[in-house]
Design a protein around this ligand. Structure first.
Ligand code: ZN
Length: 216
């Protein structure tokens, strides 16, 4: 069994966590190195070693994810619900069990998790890194702002800044409605009354949203 030499210790999942962050936490709980875990998961590029989770992300093939699921005693659907980079299209292609830790710019940022959420999942305040489309995030549960350049436990409590929290929640709603276009159009109101799913923008951004809908 993959990881059969590891003790039966569960590491609680945290939604949005990076693969590298999760593997680092598993390794820490088991008292082994991340390189050891990677060796159990499959083959990597020659000479490539584990990197710190705040620096880069590690990607796995489907066969390697299957091994990970056996190792941590969770099924793949559960893992991929929590870890966005265990979903298509982020899996490495091919049938071989393998991993890769590309040292190159990627279309996401690694942002520290809210320390309160990390603590709820039994993790160190500085141990969890999330995959985010922006350099910052605000925890919806605890209203903690964290930034990619944040060090240690510097997450900012924004509960005293209700305008900021409100604006963030409006933005999240627009993102759910419009996808990425909702991030850049601050004028988009709620759905129009035409019942056809068309959303009108009170601004003049002229952007096209999810499903081809266009602001006008
Ligand atoms: Zn939180």
């Amino acid at each position: 069994m993959y990881g059969g030499r590891l003790a039966a210790r569960r590491v609680l999942l945290l939604a949005g966590e990076s693969n590298a962050s999760y593997l680092s936490r598993v390794a820490a709980v088991q008292g082994v190195s991340v390189d050891f875990l990677l060796g159990e998961l499959g083959a990597g590029p020659p000479g490539q070693q584990a990197l710190a989770p705040h620096l880069a992300e590690v990607f796995l093939s489907r066969a390697a994810v299957d091994r990970l699921a056996v190792m941590v005693q969770m099924n793949w659907p559960r893992l991929r619900r929590a870890l966005p980079h265990l979903r298509e299209p982020h899996l490495l292609p091919g049938q071989q069990a393998r991993w890769d830790w590309p040292w190159q710019p990627l279309p996401h940022y690694l942002v520290p998790a809210c320390p309160l959420c990390a603590a709820r999942r039994g993790a160190s305040e500085t141990a969890v890194w999330l995959v985010r489309p922006d350099v910052w995030t605000i925890c919806r549960r605890h209203d903690r702002f964290s930034h990619v350049r944040q060090v240690g436990t510097q997450a900012v409590d924004v509960r005293r800044l209700p305008e900021t929290v409100r604006a963030h929640r409006v933005r999240l709603r627009l993102e759910r409605q419009w996808g990425r276009q909702g991030r850049s159009c601050p004028q988009m109101p709620s759905r129009s009354s035409d019942g056809g799913g068309v959303v009108a923008c009170s601004g003049r951004c002229g952007r096209t949203g999810r499903g081809g809908r266009t602001c006008s």
